[in-house]
Design a binder for this molecule. Structure first.
Ligand code: FPP
Length: 262
């Protein structure tokens, strides 16, 4: 839901942060970072400048997520559809992702972030693959935020791959079990909670093949702001809105295992 236009100056991020109740927070937030191109066009800049500004906002958003002690944050950086974009734009995006990983590794380690890429990342350009391998390896014990970036990602392909794995495991001698758990444990998000809050910027209101399985019960939060204009204030606003929905009972508490009800 797009927040209504506020009367008077917007409260600073710190004022919003104070109102956040950790007990009512989502465990896993997904973000579709949209509007980089429109942001650049509005400033008569090349599209790549929009992506560059977007990468800076990623840094700030991750810091905000660490600050509030979020369990997991998944950012949609590059879909399998995005290969259709002009070659120069694709190359620039790959370069920005590589530079981001190289420059942020130290901060991730300091912040206890555990980094993972979702999607077919082994098909990406070699320097980016190497940066991903290094970041995943060196942060693998991170006790804090689980930071996932979806690159060369398709939600449908991920589910298809999980089904293929299920059949392969059966062919290799495993008992055939087909249920939610059998699929979820074979997705790239295995071990993570489902997404409970999805944020999408730039006024678009689509899921765009992002985390199709994991979004089944997610609350949706939209803003007209383009991604390069997104700020920690917006992140906290989304979290406070989620908190309000949970307080009203609109968002169910996580389901307890049946044994806990006996
Ligand atoms: C959508 O805007 C954005 C993307 C396809 C790329 C997202 C990438 C970044 C934010 C930068 C790098 C990411 C990381 C994790 C460091 P769009 O280009 O579709 O915008 P438009 O709809 O206005 O054209």
């Amino acid at each position: 839901m797009t927040p209504p236009a506020a009367a008077g100056p917007a409260p600073p991020a710190a004022a919003l942060l104070e109102r956040i109740d950790p007990a009512l927070q989502p465990r896993h937030v997904g973000v579709i970072m949209d509007g980089n191109g429109r942001w650049a066009r509005a400033r008569r800049l090349p599209r790549v400048e929009g992506h560059r500004a977007g990468a800076r906002v990623v840094r700030d958003t991750v810091e905000g997520a660490v600050e509030i002690g979020l369990e997991a944050l998944t950012l949609y950086a590059f879909s399998t559809e995005n290969w259709k974009r002009p070659l120069l734009e694709v190359q620039a995006l790959m370069g920005l992702l590589r530079d981001y990983l190289r420059s942020e590794l130290r901060t991730m380690l300091e912040q206890g972030v555990r980094f993972r890429v979702l999607g077919d990342w082994r098909e990406l350009p070699r320097p980016l693959v190497e940066a991903i391998e290094r970041c995943q390896r060196e942060t693998s014990d991170g006790p804090g935020l689980r930071l996932n970036v979806a690159i060369n990602y398709s939600g449908r392909s991920e589910i298809v791959a999980a089904c293929r794995r299920l059949v392969a495991d059966w062919a290799a001698g495993d008992r055939l079990e087909i249920d939610d758990q059998a699929i979820a444990s074979r997705l790239s998000t295995a071990g993570l909670p489902d997404v409970d809050l999805l944020i999408r910027t730039s006024g678009e209101r689509r899921i765009s093949n992002f985390l199709l399985w994991q979004l089944a019960g997610a609350e949706l939060w939209f803003t007209d702001r383009c991604w390069p204009d997104f700020s920690r204030r917006d992140l906290y606003s989304a979290l406070l809105d989620f908190q309000e929905r949970r307080r009203r009972g609109a968002v169910p508490e996580p389901r307890r295992p049946a044994a806990a009800l006996a």
